[in-house]
Write a protein that binds this ligand. Structure first.
Ligand SMILES: Cc1ncc(COP(=O)(O)O)c(C=O)c1O
Length: 353
């Protein structure tokens, strides 16, 4: 049996969505207000955007304040320093790095560069669909390969789905919404084979939270595979979601191609976000703390599911994908047949641990 749920319809049908939706309404731009008048009562634990409740670190906060001294200037030198820091950490050069306003901007940019040519983007389903929906709007078809019956990536199925119309293969590892990591050797082999024929984008938003962390990344393949693009973010382990900073790692040829379509060649980044990101990369202690707390939360959730007899998937991210089949929560409800939901119950607001 294979799954064939779109992420959206699956969420809509999920029990958790019912609990999430009233909270999500707060995200409507119209109702968004600043921290001083936060619309979130302190008692609300926000679980619906896979955020990090432990960040930002003190170093990142200080870096934002420091950056204000130069807020009258364009952010070029902050950006250059950040590219250098990322490159050093990845053992690459700054020319391998493109900074974007969150990895969402990168998803849009890659979607634009490859999706504008029509044809199709090959991706599994369900997965993180921002780029896929965007490319559909650009006139590019999303060729959906279902996950296997155990919600694993079907790499062979993805390879089979490629053809003359393929403009891009999209991979999300660990996958959102399942949280499952693709076995490293299999993904490496897949990327090496497929990137010889097609552009391959690997979204690694949660890679730092996977059991082997960045060792599981595909970043080391970009030099020998110019068609491969790795997407990363400071929103998750580093806790900078509100500052909107992400990056691509790719061969300089590909970075240059993307940069040509990036308006102002990177002028969407702010000094504050770049400086905060630099501080994050230098703060190994906070990163280790954040990772440890998130993994502790993940284990706590899984243990609770074990106790409740609720089926769930092993997660390599900061959310857990769980089934509520025959669960005590829904036994008397009409929607008890087969409902899966994303329980992003990993982090707690300060003071609520
Ligand atoms: C898999 C995945 N990729 C990318 C993003 C976008 O994150 P950001 O734009 O904050 O970098 C998210 C956000 O939740 C995500 O889950």
């Amino acid at each position: 049996m294979t799954t064939n749920l779109s992420r959206r319809s699956w969420l809509q049908r999920s029990a958790m969505a019912a609990a999430i939706l009233p909270v999500s309404r707060w995200y409507q731009p119209d109702s968004y207000i600043s921290r001083s008048g936060s619309p979130f009562p302190a008692s609300i634990i926000r679980l619906n955007s896979n955020e990090n409740a432990y960040g930002p670190s003190q170093a990142a906060r200080d870096a934002v304040m420091d950056s204000l001294n130069e807020a009258n200037r364009y952010p070029r030198h902050f950006m250059a320093s950040l590219r250098e820091e990322i490159a050093r950490r990845e053992n690459l050069t700054p020319e391998h790095i493109l900074l974007t306003a969150g990895s969402t901007e990168l998803l849009g940019l890659v979607g634009l560069v490859y999706g504008l040519q029509g044809g199709e983007v090959v991706a599994c389903n369900p997965t993180f669909d921002f780029m896929l929906i965007y490319t559909e709007r650009l006139g590019c078809r999303w060729s959906r390969t279902p996950l296997t019956s155990t919600y694993q990536y079907d790499l062979q199925g993805l390879a089979k789905a490629t053809g003359p119309d393929t403009k891009l293969i999209f991979i999300c590892n660990p996958n959102n919404p399942t949280g499952i990591e693709i076995p490293n050797g299999e993904l490496r082999a897949f990327c090496e084979t497929q990137a010889k024929k097609y552009p391959v984008y690997v979204d690694e938003a949660y890679i730092e939270l996977s059991p082997n962390g960045r060792e599981s990344s595909m970043a080391s393949l970009v030099d020998s595979n110019p068609n491969l693009i790795v997407g990363r973010t400071f929103s998750k382990v580093h806790g900078l979601a509100g500052l909107r900073i992400g990056y691509a790692i790719a061969n300089p040829v590909t970075i240059d191609l993307l940069a040509n379509f990036h308006i102002g060649r990177g002028m969407t980044i702010s000094s504050a976000s770049a400086n905060a990101a630099i501080a994050c990369l230098k703060d190994a202690e906070f990163e280790a703390y954040s990772r440890r707390k998130i993994i502790e939360g993940r284990e706590m959730v899984c243990k609770a599911f074990d106790n409740l007899g609720i089926e769930y998937m092993p997660s390599a991210a900061n959310f857990v994908f769980f089934g509520m089949i025959n669960s005590i929560w829904i036994q008397s409800k009409p929607w008890k047949r087969k409902i899966f939901s994303s329980a992003v119950m990993i982090t707690f607001l300060d003071g609520q641990e």
